[in-house]
Ligand binder design. Sequence first.
Ligand code: C2G
Length: 129
Amino acid sequence: MRVITFGTFDMFHVGHLNIIERARALGDSLVVGVSSDALNFSKKSRYPVCNERDRSRIIGALAAVDEVFLEESLELKAEYIQKHQADILVMGDDWNGKFDHLSDLCKVVYLPRTPAISTTELIEVVKSL
Ligand code: C2G
C-alpha cells in the first residue's frame, strides 16, 4: 500500500516526524507533498521561514520517506493522489473532515496531532529569547 501525505513542514520538529512515521507505518511506501512557498504565501500572506528547496531536502532525507514532490495548490490533491497511485491519504486531525470527498479515490485517514508543539509556537519561543 502506498501512502501520501501533505504539509509545509516549516522549521521541522518532532510533531512533523511523528506524523510522517505514523503515515509510513500504515503502508509500504510514503510519498510526501511539500507545500510550495507560493502556496504558503497565498494561504498565510507570509513565506515559510525555510524555503521549499530546503524543506523538501529535509523531508526527502528521512528514512520513512520514499518520494517527495512540491504541492503547488491545495485544490490538486485528487491529481496528486492519482499521479502517485496512493492508496491512503494521511492528514493531521487539524484537517478533520476536510478531505472526505477524496475517499472515492483512496482511504482517507486523519491522525491526531502531537500535542504542545507547532511551528507557530517555536517562532514565539525564539522571538521571546
Ligand atoms: N502536525 C502534527 N502535530 C503537530 C504539528 C503538525 O501532527 N504538533 C502535522 C499536521 O497535522 C500536518 C503535518 O504535520 O498533517 C504538517 O503540518 P504543517 O506543516 O502545519 O502542514 P500544513 O500547513 O497544515 O499543510 O495540503 C495541506 C498543506 O500542505 C498544508
